[in-house]
Design a protein around this ligand. Structure first.
Ligand code: DP6
Length: 419
């Protein structure tokens, strides 16, 4: 293995995006391999605003596999981590660094322990698909470290075994997770429908909604839906297959009206399935419902779709605006209904240039915002300070990348421990 000393460490750091489904994955046909009951489609979000960074390292000096998430050591004993590690190790190939006198044979990889440090640039507790970015990044980084020669599709089938939605984060832009039908899951992989450049007018604003309630995890929620919801089975057999075709067409043609209709309808059906589950699952709250009503009313007033909404297994709204100008109008409305009770710079995060688009520079500007024109009543609409924790402005973004700067690594190159 090592030519001279056993103190060497080899490490790789990567950064991966999260994604938001516009046709939802909800329900598994195989719990262990994580095989879904329908195809799904997602938009990858710009990793500059929401991402996971992961450093993976091996050394003959490491005593066991260890992982730190956001600085805290966590257990790797769960079967999801174990499956990803095993699958990657099986595909490892030889590594050689002549300069440092390091050679790792295919067999050696199975004997070497890994250290993993992972960090989300957004609060894990905010319910923003951290497991999707996390497992995509872990598998991508381990694949690079262990010289896995297979393509991103094969890697996506491994990330899928960490968390279903993670397979879609291996690509940028617009991504489809093909459910496949093989019992081994080898054909249940992600494919890129179009890169992020294909439709770069889109602007995404995420409203991180304040929530006191402990939510049912996606894993548990979808298991209960599979067991009890007849609507879910109708959805996966009759509804989703047609929607997938229509969504692919809408994306290919950059047809916002159709994209928006399908996105909103699919989100609403997913939440209807949750209500149809026994006992019912409530992921959206009053604030989520208000946001839906505001968007619906505005779209109706304009006569054409301006903004699409979608909600995952939590109350946060993901709003997709047709272009920057519309995103500015959307942000005006959001700040009107949900004014901050913190300073603006910690209330609107991500691509802050959307604030300029909205013509908002200060809290004073927010106080002065007029009622949106679609509000016809003579009574001033109610405003809800404190119902939204913050907004993140972002856009469709690229897939995982390797970070080469040593300062970007999360593990110390000498000790292999978190910096
Ligand atoms: C509502 O991928 O988190 O976000 O496969 O059990 O880890 P597991 O579930 P997960 O479920 C995501 C569900 C969803 C919809 C989606 O992303 O398609």
């Amino acid at each position: 293995m090592a030519e001279e000393s056993s103190n060497w460490i080899v490490m790789v750091t990567a950064k991966s995006p999260t994604n938001i489904a516009v046709i939802k994955y909800w329900g598994k046909r195989d719990e262990t391999l994580i095989l879904p009951i329908n195809d799904s489609i997602s938009v990858t979000l710009d990793p500059d605003h929401l991402c996971t960074t992961t450093t993976v390292a091996v050394s003959p000096a490491f005593q066991s596999d260890r992982m730190w998430l956001n600085g805290k050591e966590i257990s790797l004993s769960g079967h999801r981590y174990q499956n990803c590690l095993r699958e990657i190790r099986q595909r490892a190939s030889e590594y050689e660094d002549e300069k440092r006198g390091i050679r790792i044979s295919k067999e050696d990889w199975g004997k070497l322990h890994v250290h993993i440090a992972s960090y989300n640039n957004f609060p894990t507790a905010a319910g923003l698909a951290s497991s999707a970015a996390g497992f995509a990044c872990l598998v991508f980084a381990l694949g690079k470290l262990m010289q896995v020669k297979e393509d991103l599709g094969a890697l996506s089938a491994i990330a899928r075994q960490g968390s279903g939605s993670a397979c879609r984060s291996l690509y940028g832009g617009f991504v489809k997770w093909v459910m496949g039908n093989d019992v081994t899951g080898k054909d249940s992989i992600a494919v890129q429908l179009a890169s992020e450049k294909h439709w770069d007018d889109l602007v995404i604003i995420i409203a991180v909604v304040s929530s006191r309630q402990k939510e049912t995890s996606s894993t548990t929620g979808m298991r209960e839906s599979v067991e009890t919801s007849t609507l879910l089975h109708h959805r996966s057999k009759e509804v989703v297959p047609k929607r997938i075709v229509q969504m692919e067409e809408a994306i290919a043609n950059r047809d916002f009206a159709s994209f928006s209709k399908l996105t909103c309808t699919d989100s609403n059906q997913f939440h209807a399935v949750c209500l149809d589950t026994c006992p019912p699952i409530f992921y959206m709250n009053d604030t989520s419902h208000k946001i839906i009503s505001y968007v619906e009313k505005w779209n109706q007033y304009e006569g054409t779709a301006q903004v699409a909404y979608t909600f995952d297994a939590g109350p946060n709204a993901v709003l997709i605006a047709r272009d920057r100008k519309t995103a500015g109008h959307l942000l005006q409305r959001l700040l009107f209904y949900f004014p901050p009770n913190v300073d603006l710079s910690s209330y609107v995060l991500g691509d802050k240039s959307i604030l300029q688009e909205a013509g908002v520079e200060s809290l004073k500007d927010i106080e002065g915002l007029p009622s949106p024109p679609e509000v016809k009543d003579n009574v001033a609409p109610k405003r809800y300070p404190g119902d939204v924790s913050y907004f993140i402005c972002t856009r469709p973004g690229r897939g995982p990348v390797v970070l080469t700067g040593e300062d970007q690594a999360l593990l110390d190159p000498k000790t292999g421990l978190p910096k």
